[in-house]
Design a protein around this ligand. Structure first.
Ligand code: PGA
Length: 243
C-alpha cells in the first residue's frame, strides 16, 4: 500500500522565527496518522530535528562532495537531520535549467545517502492546452526516475506547473487521469510500482484538500504556500488523515 504523505515545501521562505509555526503544527498533530514531511530551507533543517515530522531538503547536488560552491550534497542534508529531498521541482527546472537527466542523477545521489527522493514532474500550461500532458509525463517519468527507484526510496509528486502558486487547480478528472497514468507507468517499470506514493501538488488548500485526496491514486499532497502557516497546513494534514 502506498503511504499517505502530507508534504510542505517552504521554498525560499522561513527564518528561525518561523519555526514557531512548526511548533504549533506539532502541538496540533503530536502523532500524525499519516507521514508529514516538512521541507524548510536547508538553514532550518537541523533546528527541525525534534519535531514529530520527517524533514526534507528542497534540492541536492548529484555529487557526493567536491568543488561546488554553494551546493549541498544529499549526505549533508542527511547529516543535518533530513530523511528526504525534493528533486526536480519545476522552480528548479526553470530557475536552474535542470533537465530530466539532472533530476535522475540527483535522485540517485539522494538514494545513495539514504534519503527518499520526492521526484517532481508536471506539464506547463502550453503543454496542457496542446494536449501533450500525458506524453510530457511519460518523458519526465522515464528520464527523471532512476532505475534504482523503489516504493521505499522514491515518491512521485505530480505538480502541473500552471497550478503552482496560481490558485488554479485541475479538475478532479484531470488529476485522476494523470495519477492513474503515473501509476500504470510505475507498475510497468517497477515490481513495486503499485506501492509508490503519488502526491498531487499545486494550490492545495484546506478548502480543496478533501476532494483531491478522494481521487484514486492520490496518496497525499505537496503543498507550498499553504504549508507556511500551521493554521493553513493543519486542515490539510487532518483531511489526509481522514481520507
Ligand atoms: P503551491 O506550491 O502549493 O504554493 O501551489 C506547490 C509546490 O510548488 O510544491
Amino acid at each position: 500500500m502506498p503511504r499517505k504523505i502530507a508534504a510542505g515545501n517552504w521554498k525560499m521562505n522561513g527564518l528561525r522565527a518561523n519555526l514557531a509555526e512548526l511548533d504549533a503544527l506539532a502541538k496540533a498533530h503530536p502523532a500524525p496518522a499519516v507521514d508529514v514531511l516538512i521541507c524548510p530551507p536547508a538553514t532550518l533543517i537541523a533546528a527541525c530535528r525534534e519535531l514529530p515530522f520527517a524533514i526534507g531538503g528542497q534540492d541536492c547536488h548529484a555529487n557526493a562532495s567536491g568543488a561546488h560552491t554553494g551546493d549541498l550534497s544529499a549526505a549533508m542534508l542527511a547529516d543535518a537531520g533530513a530523511t528526504a529531498v525534493l528533486t526536480g521541482h519545476s522552480e528548479r527546472r526553470t530557475d536552474h535549467g535542470e533537465t530530466d537527466a539532472d533530476v535522475a542523477a540527483k535522485s540517485t545521489a539522494a538514494h545513495a545517502a539514504g534519503l527518499q527522493a520526492v521526484i517532481c514532474i508536471g506539464e506547463t500550461l502550453a503543454e496542457r492546452e496542446g494536449g501533450t500532458t500525458l506524453s510530457v509525463i511519460d518523458t519526465q517519468l522515464a528520464g527523471s526516475v532512476p532505475d534504482g527507484a523503489t516504493a521505499a526510496n522514491t515518491v512521485i509528486a505530480y505538480e502541473p506547473v500552471w497550478a503552482i502558486g496560481t490558485g488554479k487547480v485541475p479538475t478532479t478528472d484531470q488529476i485522476a487521469e494523470v495519477h492513474a497514468h503515473i501509476r500504470a507507468r510505475l507498475s510497468e517499470r517497477f515490481a513495486d510500482g503499485a506501492d509508490f506514493s503519488i502526491l498531487y501538488g499545486g494550490s492545495v488548500k484546506g478548502s480543496n484538500a478533501a476532494e483531491i485526496f478522494a481521487v484514486d491514486h492520490v496518496n497525499g499532497a505537496l503543498v507550498g504556500g499553504a504549508s507556511l502557516k500551521a493554521a493553513d497546513f493543519s486542515p490539510i494534514v487532518a483531511a489526509l488523515e481522514t481520507a
